[in-house]
Design a protein around this ligand. Sequence first.
Ligand code: SAH
Length: 471
Amino acid sequence: MKSPVILILGEASVSIAHQIQIALPDSIEYGLTGRTQSVDLTFSKFSETVRELFSQGHPIIGICAAGILIRALAPILSDKRAEPPVIAVAEDGSAVVPLLGGLTGANELANSIANALNIRASVTATGQLRFNLVLESPPAGYDLVNPEYAKSFTSDLINGATVRLIGNAAWLSQSNLPFSPDGTHIIEVIESDRSIDRSSLVIDRTHLVYLTNPTQGKLAIIGTGPGAAKWMSPEVKAIFQSATDLVGYKTYLDLVGNLAKGKQIHESDNRVELDRARHALDLAAEGKSVVVVSSGDPGIFAMAAAVFEVLERESKLEWQKIDIQVAPGISAMQAAAAAIGAPLGHDFCAISLSDILKPWEIVAERIAAVAQADFVIAFYNPVSTQRTWQLTAARDILLKYRSTETPVILARNLGRSGEEVRVISLSQLTSDQADMRTIVIVGSSQTRTIPRSDGRVWVYTPRNYQGISER
Ligand code: SAH
């Protein structure tokens, strides 16, 4: 699909357009010359521009009255199966109306925009409303063999017919179609490869057949950022849109909220990371678009390494073709640093205090080594119900090399409700100051605090070292 175009007629609509653009990262903002600033491109003649972009196949999102879009496009409408979606969005973001392109994804696009604006799309297509799908426009990877019957099939169902499903497809089985084991109508899903002889298929007006093209499975290992919504990258949001299956720890999946809607969810316990990685690879090998969800960054004490570990160790043949992608996120240490100033301004390291995957002796040796080397240290997984003494023990090691007054940042629930960021001195650090939702940053010998007018402090680590001036 070509990039969606957001048409903006006045500066008042620019913020709505920006919100839409976050949900549709490849969209382009077009603003009316002289009436809009801070847009990607400008235009001067509305109707001509709309017609041109529509003819080129760009989905059109007009932040304007439905009527002016209809009048601009009416003279050139010809092929509902080929033309791009057209959506009207009210200037104040209070309504999203799919006008054209129900067969080319208008309802889905309208739903994504409405989600971004925290409203419901004004969907008027009966099939979509009743059944939550359009039989004529299956999702990517499915090909309807007899589209000419889809319309009458849909109206039969609207008028009381029932349907029996043969084969598997989550988008069908999870829809609101009136399924019945002895349905009057049949929908059949056939797993196919290129060699299938289409003329041998049994199809008629009460029997729709979808072929699944064996699509290459995808596995995206993504990070939602520490707090999910505001720190989630546009790339990650786009990956969620096209996902079929989500794999992750329940708490993280709960945090992604609306983005999980309509996806097959595979929750698991936080401790069984390798099982989760294996399960995700198996789903992708079946052709699914799988997203493995981590909080923060997926490559920092999180799932990305677990996936590669299983991939290398078990190297199953069917995993080889999976398209694997790692999409970065803001890690807890970055969010904590930003909340308090710039404590990671000079050399730093990150250590997980979890001793599930490594013995405490190694953790202790590492803390001593980096303390001696005068790194700022970000401690992940500082405390858990089973891990109660390690943070205090880490402090005791640090105190051999650092002053008791070294600033320590305790940042809890960053980006989530209950966010709290405190600064204490190293001598005050004990395990009961933190929990598993806290990240602890211990300053180096150079880390400094600056008082603020409200009684709190900024913490930063200067980039120059012990008086060496910048060149
Ligand atoms: N991949 C994650 C880290 C996972 S390890 C990231 O890059 O941030 C889990 C640890 O991360 C927690 O024990 C805590 O120390 C830290 N953490 C994760 N999210 C946090 C948040 N919202 N606020 C504070 N600390 C957080």
